[in-house]
Ligand binder design. Structure first.
Ligand SMILES: Nc1ncnc2c1ncn2[C@@H]1O[C@H](COP(=O)(O)OP(=O)(O)OP(=O)(O)O)[C@@H](O)[C@H]1O
Length: 322
C-alpha cells in the first residue's frame, strides 16, 4: 500500500482554482518532493493530504485512510509541519512539545525529542525568542511528537542560512532513516536533488513532471551538457554550430559557452583537437533540475502574489528587527 495516494485532486478558493488536477503516489519510506513556482498549488495539495482542506474533487489516502473521513486515525499516523508556525510567541519550547504530545495516544518522549533536535538547552526558552533554525527544528520535533509514519514538511528550509539549511537536510534524512515517509514541499532545487527519491513538479495546479531528480534533469526539455572555455586560437561560431551535437554558442569576453546534447563535449573537444586549439579554463556542466524546472514551468507569479510575498518578507523583517 502506498503511504500517500492523490488522484485527480481539485481545489478552488472562490474563483481561484488552486489545484486543477493533481495525482501522485508516494511509496513507504520515500522522500517525495513537491516543487513548483509561487502559487502553483503546492501548499493547497499538502493541506488536502493533511486533512486541513476538503478537496472539491478527487481522492486522497494516507496509508489507506481518508484524511477527512478518518480524521482521528490519520492524525495518529501523520505528522505535519506547516509553512508558517502557528505557535504563540510566548509559549516555551518544552510546553509546546508537551501540549502537542497530549494530543496523541502514544506520544514520543519529550526529553528525547528535545535532545534529538538539539533543543535541550532551549527547553525553557519562549518560541518568539528562538532563531529561525531553532524554530524550524522545533517545527520538525512537533511534527514528530506523535511518532508518525508519514510526515509533511512544507518549505522547511525557507529563510534559513546555508548552515542551518544543511542541518535541516540532515534532520530530514534522520526522519527518513527512522522509517518515516516524507512529503517535502520545497523551492530549492539543490534540496530536492540531495534529498528526494522522486519529485513532482506542479505548475498552475497540475503535475507537469514526476520522476527522480536525476532522470528529470537528464530527460527534461533543457537536457544536455554545457561547456565553457577559453580557446587558445580564434574559433568561428558557425563552425561550432555546424556540429550536429551543438545547440548554441555564446561569447562571454574571451570565453565561449557551448551547449548541446549529452555528446557535445566530445564533439567540440575533437573539433578543437583537429585544429590544435586548446580549451583553456574548461568548465563542464550537466543540465540540472534547475534547468528542467525553468523549462517546464511558466512564470505564473501574479503581481498580487509577488506583492503579498514582498509584504510577508517585510513583515518578517520588521518582526525580526523589533
Ligand atoms: N485561503 C485561500 N483563499 C484564497 N485563495 C487562496 C488561499 N490559499 C491559496 N490561495 C490561492 O491559491 C493558489 C495556490 O496557492 P498555494 O498556496 O497552494 O500555492 P503554493 O504553490 O504553495 O505557493 P507558494 O510557493 O507561494 O507557497 C494561489 O493563487 C493562491 O493565491
Amino acid at each position: 500500500m502506498p503511504a500517500i495516494e492523490v488522484r485527480g485532486l481539485r481545489k478552488a478558493y472562490g474563483d481561484v482554482t488552486a489545484v486543477e488536477d493533481v495525482s501522485f503516489e508516494v511509496a513507504e519510506g520515500e522522500i517525495f518532493g513537491i516543487l513548483g513556482p509561487n502559487g502553483a498549488g503546492k501548499t493547497t495539495t499538502v493541506e488536502c493530504v493533511s486533512g486541513l482542506r476538503t478537496p472539491d474533487a478527487g481522492e486522497v489516502r494516507v496509508l489507506g485512510l481518508d484524511p477527512r473521513r478518518d480524521r482521528e486515525d490519520v492524525r495518529q499516523v501523520l505528522g505535519v509541519q506547516l509553512q508558517e508556525s502557528q505557535l504563540p510567541g510566548k509559549i516555551h519550547v518544552r510546553e509546546a512539545l508537551e501540549l502537542y504530545a497530549s494530543f496523541y495516544r502514544d506520544p514520543a518522549d519529550v526529553d528525547r525529542l528535545l535532545a534529538q533536535w538539539e533543543l535541550t538547552e532551549k527547553a525553557g526558552a519562549r518560541f518568539g525568542k528562538l532563531s529561525g533554525g531553532q524554530k524550524q527544528r522545533l517545527a520538525v520535533a512537533l511534527a514528530m511528537v506523535g511518532k508518525p509514519r508519514v510526515v509533511v514538511l512544507d518549505e522547511l528550509t525557507t529563510g534559513l542560512d546555508p548552515h542551518a539549511r544543511r542541518t535541516a537536510w540532515e534532520m530530514v534524512q534522520a526522519v527518513r532513516d527512522s522509517g518515516v515517509t516524507v512529503l517535502l514541499v520545497t523551492h530549492f532545487m539543490e534540496e530536492a536533488e540531495r534529498l528526494c527519491d522522486r519529485v513532482a513538479i506542479i505548475d498552475a495546479g497540475r503535475v507537469v513532471a514526476l520522476d527522480t531528480p536525476a532522470a528529470m534533469a537528464a530527460r527534461g526539455p533543457a537536457a544536455g551538457q554545457r561547456m565553457r572555455f577559453r580557446p587558445s586560437a580564434p574559433v568561428e561560431d558557425a563552425d561550432l554550430l555546424a556540429l550536429p551535437e551543438v545547440r548554441s554558442v555564446e561569447r562571454h569576453g574571451a570565453h565561449l559557452e557551448v551547449s548541446g546534447t549529452s555528446e557535445v563535449i566530445g564533439a567540440v573537444t575533437a573539433y578543437l583537437a583537429r585544429r590544435q586549439i586548446i580549451a583553456a579554463e574548461l568548465r563542464v556542466e550537466q543540465s540540472s533540475l534547475d534547468d528542467a524546472f525553468i523549462a517546464l514551468t511558466t512564470h505564473a507569479t501574479t503581481t498580487t502574489h509577488a506583492a503579498q510575498t514582498m509584504q510577508t518578507a517585510q513583515t518578517a523583517q520588521t518582526a525580526k528587527e523589533s
